[in-house]
Design a protein. Structure first.
Length: 378
């Protein structure tokens, strides 16, 4: 059930992360993959691609992953209070999340992160009992690993991606599903290399934050973050601009080494700017009260995340408005924000009425199983 007494800081961070993720994802949902990965041709498209790469990619995703790690701590604490085994609950939750992720990838969006989260959740299990300090060390160690994975990705990704034959994601629901199945292996590999290490690092740091009481108003962690933002901001901005220049194909022929360096800079620049965003959101949370509908949506982020893709499917698919590959990149960016906000509002009202979002209810039933049914019977 929705619990008004809990801090709204986590809810606000989730909402901001969901809007940022929506901006990035809608570009991939509204255009063929080969067009998204190629440099934009128009000045407005180039400007939009620059903004997304510099200020959205690998920033809001890192924030979302950070809160997933924090959620592991919350679930562990809940199991301890109930006097039950956390391992059983955790295993069922991870399996349920993985199944949802597979279905989401095939039926809604191949860029799904839920399956990635399920895989990484299995990997973090051996470390979940570590101290906050050691968890932070693992998180920092993921940055050089991310550099290696990005280098591998830069060397193996094909320069030209063959378009999917037939109507693809702009056709009927079955056409779109077949296209997603065809694209999924390459997309999943890309996500594992591009986002896997940074997501795992954010998991460990979020888990450390939970154990250390980071979200307390006067916590040492928040004080350290305030001090570090002073240099995270200029360095992070510089690195992200370098990445955006590289990703946008701005550098001409003969600048391959410089372009590669810019591309690799996201491994450090993304988390640094994400940390700046985290600080700014916490400052905002100290000054404003989150409306109930938004707090409810923040507590049901899984349903919001999936609904974003469902709404986008209705906008772009031939079974909906049929606007796939019909909207310029410059307009897809604000459209992604609007779709994210719409999904937030819808889920917020549903959660206020029903107690939680539909996918949260489903995942909760899988996680608690018979124990939840016994509790209701009692």
């Amino acid at each position: 059930m929705i619990t008004p007494a809990r801090t709204t800081a986590v809810d606000l961070i989730r909402l901001c992360a969901l809007v940022g993720i929506g901006v990035v994802n809608v570009v991939f949902l509204g255009l063929p993959t080969e067009m998204v990965l190629a440099p934009a041709e128009t000045p407005s498209g180039q400007a939009a691609a620059f903004v997304v790469a510099a200020f959205f990619e690998s920033k809001f995703f890192v924030l979302f992953s950070f809160l997933f790690g924090w959620g592991i701590y919350v679930q562990d604490r809940s199991a301890r209070k109930a006097g039950v085994s956390f391992a059983g609950r955790y295993a069922r939750r991870v399996i349920g999340l993985g199944v949802l992720g597979g279905l989401h990838a095939v039926l809604v969006f191949t860029g799904d992160i839920l399956l990635l989260y399920a895989l990484l959740a299995l990997l973090i299990w051996p470390f979940h009992g570590l101290s906050p300090r050691n968890l932070m060390r693992i998180g920092y160690a993921m940055i050089p690993l991310a550099l290696v994975m990005l280098l591998v990705l830069g060397l193996v990704i094909p320069e030209q991606i063959e378009p999917v034959a037939g109507p693809g994601r702009g056709g009927s629901f079955m056409d779109a599903t077949r296209a997603r199945l065809a694209e999924w292996p390459m997309t999943l590999g890309f996500i594992l290399l591009f986002q896997g290490p940074l997501a795992f690092g954010a998991f460990t740091m979020g888990l450390a934050a939970g154990k250390a009481g980071f979200f307390g108003a006067d916590s040492p962690g928040r004080a350290r973050l305030r001090r570090r933002v002073r240099w995270f901001l200029p360095v992070g901005l510089s690195l992200n601009v370098a990445y955006a220049v590289s990703a946008g194909g701005v550098l001409g022929p003969g600048q391959g080494a410089l372009a590669l360096a810019g591309y690799l800079s996201i491994a450090l620049g993304g988390p640094m700017l994400a940390a700046v965003y985290l600080h700014l959101i916490l400052v905002l949370d100290d000054r404003v009260k989150l409306p109930r509908v938004l707090a409810a949506a923040g507590q049901n982020s899984l349903s919001v995340y999936v609904l974003q893709g469902v709404i986008a499917g209705g906008v772009f698919g031939g079974y909906g408005l049929g606007l796939f590959n019909q909207i310029a990149l410059a307009w897809l960016v604000p459209l992604g924000g609007l779709i994210a906000v719409l999904a937030i509002v819808v889920v917020g009202f549903v959660a206020m009425k029903a107690g939680r979002g539909p996918l949260e209810a489903l995942l909760r039933a899988v996680t608690y199983g018979r124990a939840q049914r016994r509790g209701r019977a009692g």
